[in-house]
Design a protein around this ligand. Structure first.
Ligand code: ATP
Length: 324
């Protein structure tokens, strides 16, 4: 990658016997909405805190915008961080919260007021400037936190589980808002999330982490369609994983066709439906075949029943074969 905004080389961070971040190499391009994705304890938050300068690495190097960040404290890095808890001051108004960092830097009152107004406009909260955090909804508080991070005009914004404090419905709408804002501002966002759906729907690229290591980096499409390992295949979406001719093979549920008769596709297997999970927009069927249970996605109005005998069929190209 030419001229990345972030270059991470062999970065390692240990806490006693635990290696939270283990020899991570990663490059993030300018203007990306990059997601660090992984389960609990995989090291994603520690990696974000290393970027912010809240943790010091044991070894390796981090360059931001071409500059080595070794020994550079958080407030001198060209970045800002939005915390999961939002950490708003309850006794300050929205405008005071947003302007806090600028006032601390000694920026003149008039300029602070202009920049606060601009940041509130960006997150569509101009009418709420005089309210206190307790008088806002969860979604509005999230936008105050975002405005407070944006007002300092960082090159890079780090977001720690930005949507985790919101309820499910609001989370979905806010995803689009964040993506819109990121594209509009042309900033680089690095976001930590354990939610694969969130990472898949928002990120330009993502890094899947496991046990302190980055196990795959790619676009959501690449990671879903061409996972590098059984771990990634299983972590991202639903996967049927089976062995064929000595190779592990991944087959996604939506690539399998169900029919009462033997289909004409190259790959076929007969089985019996043992479970149907209705999900509104689709149903997920568990089909017991000779030796394994396959998960198949079907239209919800299809007249399948538990106990029914069916044929599964798919093309050769639907399979993804993992490297040994
Ligand atoms: P979660 O989603 O649960 O927050 P995570 O992927 O963000 O998980 P990290 O918080 O980075 O994971 O933690 C990685 C590992 O490092 C864990 O085993 C954790 O217990 C350990 N760890 C993190 N911070 C510290 C600390 N300050 N002291 C000791 N161990 C720590």
């Amino acid at each position: 990658m030419s001229d990345p905004i972030i270059r991470i080389e062999g970065l390692t961070k240990r806490f006693g016997a635990v290696t939270a971040v283990d020899s991570v190499d990663l490059e993030i391009a300018r203007g990306e909405l990059f997601a660090l994705l992984g389960g609990s304890g995989c090291g994603k938050t520690t990696l974000l805190r290393l970027l912010a300068g809240f943790e010091t690495p044991d070894s390796g190097r981090l360059l931001i915008d071409g500059h080595d960040m070794t020994g550079v404290p958080p407030h001198l890095r060209p970045i800002n961080m939005m915390f999961q808890s939002y950490a708003l001051f309850p006794h300050m108004t929205v405008a005071e919260n947003v302007g806090y960092g600028l006032r601390r830097e000694g920026i003149a009152k008039a300029e602070t007021a202009t920049r606060v107004a601009e940041a509130l406009e960006q997150v569509k909260l101009s009418d709420f400037a005089a309210r206190r955090p307790a008088q806002l909804s969860g979604g509005q508080r999230q936008r105050v936190a975002l405005a407070r991070a944006l007002v300092k005009r960082p090159k890079l914004l780090l977001l720690d589980e930005p949507l985790a404090a919101l309820d499910r419905k609001l989370r979905e709408g806010t995803r689009f808002e964040l993506v819109r804002l990121q594209a509009e501002l042309g900033l680089t966002f690095v976001m930590v999330t354990h939610d694969q759906e969130e990472a898949m729907s928002m990120a330009t690229r993502l890094a899947v982490m496991h046990a302190g290591r980055v196990v795959q980096v790619g676009t959501p499409h690449e990671v879903y369609e061409r996972p590098v390992s059984r771990f990634v295949a299983d972590f991202i979406g639903i996967a049927n994983i089976f062995e064929r001719d000595g190779h592990w093979t991944v087959l996604r549920p939506e690539k399998i066709a169900l029919s009462p008769q033997r289909p004409t596709t190259l790959r076929t297997v007969q089985g019996k439906i043992i479970d149907i999970a209705y999900e509104g927009d689709r149903s997920l069927l568990r089909v017991a075949t000779d030796g394994t249970v396959m998960i198949v996605s079907a239209l919800p109005d299809s007249a399948h029943q538990r106990g029914q005998s069916v044929w599964l069929g798919w093309t050769d190209g639907a399979e993804h074969i993992l490297a040994p």
